[in-house]
Design a protein around this ligand. Structure first.
Ligand code: PHE
Length: 388
């Protein structure tokens, strides 16, 4: 896979990389050298969760392009040095070690998935290199240490809002849960859903498990059907969520019977893989491109212009905000020195971004509104915004 990317070198290689990631060549091109500030990024650009990594990466690229077009930070341009972890366990740790020791990046952006952020976080912490996850929601990620931040909400918030949504909007009192036990995100979100749901009088009538990468869920779904739930909660990622929904429909749990999930469902692939089965499914996420705010609409316009008319999803928006929050902190720190940069990120307050205002609390987490999306007539459709 590509080793690193200096955002400005006008070589054929860069041209190829740019066409691979779907973006056009930047207007301005400079080598990553003494006159640039190197920022690292690790992402799942290929493999099972490639949709996550590519969206987040494109949002990040757009932000850095804009920052550089406005003169960069501390009088220097930012060079993004990025690597693909191929969605493979173990790769993120290796990559982040390299970004720090070989490339000497001053900070790290990544990852989308909590499991891969958890692999990299201890390495950043040990090396005093600040890491900002755009969209990992599991609480454990930032608990790794004081160099680890996120610009999104956490799963205790997300689990609770999904529990309320299930009860109030879906009118579900009996819910079956199907958890990916190989994913810290999924295991966490299942727990953070079950606690408030049962505390509010709901019942978990079936609690089934799978492992990320599985393709056949018929046994679990047969057991779930026998328990006669009002709805199924699938706190996993889009590939399995789509297959699970398809197989649930095949077993007779047809629309309007609802299945629902969290932000892990967010990808066009959900509909591409699941097709018609996805009608009347719901998930919570961080942002909607349908929001009318000028900030969001401006972002959508710029993103579409840069990436062949593609509409940015939540990962793209959070990737963008994560790079902007970092650049803002570098400016305020006046240096890229690890401890000072860490302190500046920690004091991020009311930073206005595409996904709302980012204020980092004492635990280095952000508090933000969530949105609920449904699938209707083969398209994602905004349902409601839920404030913290
Ligand atoms: N929140 C998920 C995790 O922590 C990742 C994710 C973020 C997925 C945003 C989709 C959208 O693993």
């Amino acid at each position: 896979m590509k080793k690193w990317f200096s955002y400005f070198v006008p070589t054929l290689a860069v041209g190829l990389i740019l066409s691979f990631t779907g973006c056009k060549k930047s207007a301005e091109e400079t080598a990553a050298d003494g006159n640039t500030i190197k920022v690292g990024e690790f992402a799942s650009l290929t493999g099972k969760e490639a949709a996550f990594g590519n969206s987040s990466h494109k949002g990040t690229l757009l932000a850095i392009d804009e920052i550089n077009a406005h003169g960069g930070v501390l009088g220097k341009k930012i060079a993004l040095v990025y690597e693909d972890n191929q969605t493979k366990p173990g790769e993120s740790a290796t990559i982040v070690r390299k970004l720090i020791s070989r490339d000497k990046v001053v900070a790290i952006l990544g990852e989308v998935a909590s499991g891969r952020s958890l692999e990299a976080a201890p390495i950043c912490q040990q090396n005093q290199i600040p890491m900002i996850s755009p969209s990992s929601t599991n609480p454990k990620v930032t608990e790794v240490g004081d160099y680890i931040f996120r610009v999104c909400f956490t799963d205790p918030f997300q689990g609770k809002l999904i529990a309320n949504f299930a009860k109030q909007t879906l009118k579900a009192t009996k819910v079956a849960v199907l958890t990916d036990v190989a994913s810290p995100y999924s295991v966490g979100l299942a727990t953070y859903f079950k606690e408030p749901f049962t505390a509010n009088g709901g019942t978990i009538v079936a609690d089934q498990k799978y492992s990320g990468g599985d393709k056949d869920f018929k046994a679990q779904l047969t057991a779930i059907k026998a328990a006669n739930p009002d709805a199924i909660f699938v706190p996993g990622y889009y590939t399995e969520a789509a297959l699970i929904t398809q197989q649930a429909r095949q077993l007779g749990m047809n629309p309007p019977f609802p299945l629902f999930g969290g932000d892990g469902w967010e990808a066009q692939e959900l509909i591409q893989i699941g097709g018609k089965a996805m009608e009347n499914t719901y998930y919570s996420t961080h942002y909607s491109s349908e929001a009318e705010s000028p900030m969001v609409q401006d972002f959508v316009k710029k993103y579409k212009a840069k990436f062949n008319g593609e509409i940015p999803d939540a990962m793209a928006a959070l990737g963008y905000d994560s790079a902007m929050v970092l650049a803002d902190a570098i400016k305020r720190a006046g240096t890229t020195d690890g401890p000072k940069l860490r302190d500046a990120i920690a004091t991020t307050k009311d930073y206005v971004g595409v996904t709302g205002k980012t204020t980092l609390d004492a635990n280095r987490n952000a508090t933000k509104a969530a949105v609920v999306i449904t699938v209707k007539d083969g398209k994602f459709k905004y349902v409601e915004t839920i404030n913290p």
